[in-house]
Design a protein. Structure first.
Length: 222
């Protein structure tokens, strides 16, 4: 399977403590009476926060098969995260489901992240490849604000079944805004077939290192 077929390694460390980790207020030297806020970036096992805090809207990103939250060795993905931050978002990257693509355990692990970092509000979700099975099955059970799929798995193809094993069926339609960036040379996941999704072609195959359009992704998740 290609280097871009990612999901995540083991479960999120839901014991991650935020004590003392909310963005520290500091005094604006120009006007000491007005508090300011500096969003934080930090890591814990299975979890990465990028520019989190200060009331920024949160995008939850789920890595695909073979990847994990701590990975920083994919330059185009890091540029996408930076672009989302520049657009005013925080990014929470979480390992959910231990490569259990879309099964109940992965759905609940994602929901715990949402409860912890988004106060239970309908989340903005983004995922690479196999992790979109988590997103779609999450959306069957819980409200979703909007979602983005990067070269996403939206159905189990004959090429994927040997890798994924027996997995819950994926929905055939969505009731929330779901935008897909589909590689024009992707012969792994096949043509996305999910009613209600908006498909955007992007040049390349089934790999992480495509030129992800951060500004466009931010717009559809705004």
């Amino acid at each position: 399977m290609v280097a871009g077929l990612l999901l995540a390694l083991p479960a999120v460390n839901l014991g991650f403590s935020l004590a003392g980790s909310s963005a520290d207020a500091f005094q604006d030297p120009q006007n000491s009476a007005i508090p300011a806020c500096a969003p934080e970036s930090r890591e814990a096992p299975g979890l990465r926060l990028i520019a989190w805090g200060c009331e920024r809207p949160v995008i939850f990103y789920i890595p695909g098969l073979g990847a994990q939250a701590s990975d920083k060795n994919y330059p185009t993905l890091e540029r996408m995260f930076s672009g989302l931050v520049d657009s005013g978002f925080a990014v929470v990257v979480g390992d959910v489901g231990f490569n259990n693509w879309g099964n109940p355990a992965s759905v609940e692990a994602l929901h715990q992240l949402v409860l912890q970092f988004n106060a239970g509000r309908p989340p903005r979700l983004a995922g690479m490849s196999m992790s979109n099975a988590v997103i779609m099955n999450y959306g069957k059970k819980y409200p979703v604000y909007a979602a983005v799929g990067l070269v996403p798995v939206t159905r189990w193809t004959s090429e994927l079944i040997p890798v994924s094993g027996r997995q819950p069926p994926l929905p055939t339609s969505v009731s929330y805004p779901y935008h897909i960036w589909q590689g024009t040379e992707d012969n792994i996941v096949g043509t996305p077939r999910i009613k209600g999704a908006v498909v955007h072609p992007i040049f390349g195959g089934h790999v992480i290192e495509l030129d992800w359009p951060a500004a466009d992704i931010a717009d559809v998740l705004r």
